[in-house]
Design a protein around this ligand. Structure first.
Ligand code: XMP
Length: 547
């Protein structure tokens, strides 16, 4: 993992998961490095690597709930400025001897904030009345000793408070959400005026910093990376190419299950643009043989995962035949993977047998295209995860800064098991060929549509209206008529969804003319297809993929 102690960092103490990520994002957007720690973070560890400031997140609990996450008062005594939001404010008030009023009435939504006459460093350069965002039940109704009240709303008399001498600040409202109009200014005030941080966390310094950390970590050892063609592993490859050049071998297993043209794009970028050892293994036949007659989606996933590792580890052994061992396995783990897996709580990775790993040599579950697959017995690598501290759009920014082309950096999400889970029922070479051709037309048409939208709106990627789009080949046939002949052929299902994070999604309201063009092109250009249907189901209750 990248060491952070030689850089200024702000820690977000997480009292309720979802909020933490948003706060860390806001801080990073202001060019200050920020990371999330659990509310019961070990204080000795923090003391040994002192953050420059601390933010206490909100959270859904009441401080009076029996199992509420407790604020460790020592966090307020580290001598670094602390800012609490919502639950973070209540917890701060409670441990310092103030009082939290417990109500059953929730306040949710915008509220008009009026600042107290005495100037507050946190509220500096914001209007004396302004709109903030509230989402709470309890609130502080008696200040702890040493605090002054700095703003109020009609329903919450103590909407913010501070003890400037001790560097403690808190707001009942949420400065991290955009609806708090001057929330960004408040964060700036806290980071740059109160905590006196420098806004120097930028992509160019991130590249230098991670590269130096990687070089220090691996020395002159050899590193291997499973390149999938996805954003994360591609950015790791580009980054390691920059950091250690030919010490890296990228192994790209062409499963035959990628979208049309993508293996060629991966090869073009990594065999020509970057100075690494690039090994491409064509394994379509092996995958087709392994998947033969397999219909069950989870079985397909398992087979695809284990086939990958079989090929990958065989290649690693082959590389070692020149007498130089491969010690490190690089992976594209990113920050949300770390947070969502709970690994940030202990810094540990689960071992294959389910026990907690004690050293990185034992770390044994790996992210294979988001799917966690245990190492085969007897196989050991030390893991190197250079993107472990970065959010997805930071990974994209890093990729662009390293010179990766847009078609990789802005690639839409694609499942690790690839087209195998977009062919319902068993996978054959014929079905794969049909699906690839139909899918290429879908992509071409919707890409062009997205491009037009981009020209009109100037907004790209996660803000794009069509987020993920592809073709599915179901295991049915239907009757049609072409020329004078009746046909009995496959339909193609078109899936196009709008989403922000894949947790929920809605079907895209594509213009009828676009749907019409896709349908007529697919039926005319792909033999074996005589019908196109559009999936108009949201997630939930459906999923994005069909399998
Ligand atoms: P679902 O179908 O669950 O998909 O709504 C949510 C997102 O995850 C992708 N997906 C996968 N990604 N391995 C992956 O790496 C998988 O097995 C897998 N299944 C679904 C899907 O494309 C969507 O973006």
């Amino acid at each position: 993992m990248v060491k952070t102690s030689d850089r200024q960092r702000v820690i977000v103490v997480d009292f309720g998961a979802q909020y933490g990520q948003l706060i860390a994002r806001r801080v990073r957007d202001l060019n200050v490095y920020s990371e999330i720690v659990p509310y019961d973070v070990d204080i000795a560890t923090l003391r040994a690597d002192l953050p420059a400031a601390i933010i206490l997140s909100g959270g859904p609990a009441s401080v009076y709930a029996k199992d509420a996450p407790r604020l460790n008062p020592e966090l307020l005594e580290l001598g670094v400025p602390v800012l609490g939001f919502c639950y973070g404010m209540q917890a701060m008030a409670q441990v310092l001897g103030g009082r939290v009023a417990h109500t059953d009435v929730a306040e949710y939504g915008p509220a008009e904030l009026t600042c107290a006459p005495k100037p507050s460093a946190l509220l500096a350069q914001t209007p004396s009345t302004q709109t903030v965002w509230m989402s709470h039940r309890d609130s502080v109704d008696e200040l702890p000793d040493g605090f002054i009240h700095t703003a109020s709303t009609p329903t919450t008399p103590i909407a913010s408070m501070e003890d400037a001498a001790r560097g403690l600040y808190a707001t009942q409202f949420h400065p991290e959400v955009h609806h708090t109009v001057y929330g960004d200014q408040m964060l700036r005030n806290f980071l740059f005026k109160v905590a006196r941080l420098e806004p120097n966390w930028k992509m160019s310094s991130v590249i230098d910093e991670i590269s130096a950390a990687v070089r220090a970590q691996v020395g002159s050892d050899r590193v291997i990376l499973g390149l999938s063609g996805g954003v994360d592993s591609s950015v790791v490859a580009a980054l390691l190419a920059h950091a250690i050049g030919k010490q890296l071998t990228c192994v790209f297993v062409d499963t035959g299950l990628m979208r049309k043209g993508e293996p060629e794009q991966v090869e073009a970028v990594f065999s020509r643009q970057f100075d690494v050892d690039f090994v491409q293994i064509r394994a379509e036949e092996q995958y087709l043989a392994a998947l033969s007659r397999i219909k069950e989606p989870e079985r397909k996933r398992q087979i695809i995962g284990s086939t990958f590792w079989k090929i990958f580890f065989r290649e690693a052994q082959r590389l070692e035949q020149d007498g130089k061992p491969v010690r490190w396995l690089a992976q594209g783990t990113i920050y949300p993977d770390v947070i969502e897996s709970g690994a940030y709580r202990s810094g540990a990775v689960a071992a294959a047998d389910g026990s907690k790993a004690t050293g990185s040599r034992q770390a044994a579950t790996i992210k294979s295209h988001h799917n966690l697959i245990p190492f085969p017995k007897g196989v050991h690598f030390d893991l190197i995860e250079p993107l472990r501290n970065l959010f997805k759009d930071e990974v994209r920014a890093l990729g662009s800064a390293l010179g990766l082309p847009d078609h990789i950096v802005y690639r839409q999400p694609f499942p690790g098991p690839g087209l195998a889970i977009r062919i319902i029922g068993d996978v054959t070479a014929e079905k794969l060929a049909i699906l690839k051709d139909a899918d290429a037309i879908v992509r071409e048409e919707i890409d062009a549509y997205n491009e037009r939208l981009f020209e009109e709106t100037g907004v790209r990627d996660s803000e794009r209206s069509v987020w993920q789009y592809f073709a599915v080949l179901p295991d049915i046939r239907s009757v049609g008529v072409m020329g004078d002949e009746r046909t009995y052929a496959h339909p193609i299902i078109l899936r196009a969804v709008e989403s922000r994070d894949a947790m929920t999604a809605d079907w895209a309201r594509l213009p009828h003319e676009l749907l019409a063009r896709i349908s007529s092109r697919v039926v005319a250009e792909v033999s074996g297809v005589n019908r196109v249907a559009y999936d108009i189901t949201s997630k939930p209750p459906a999923t994005v993929e069909w399998e």
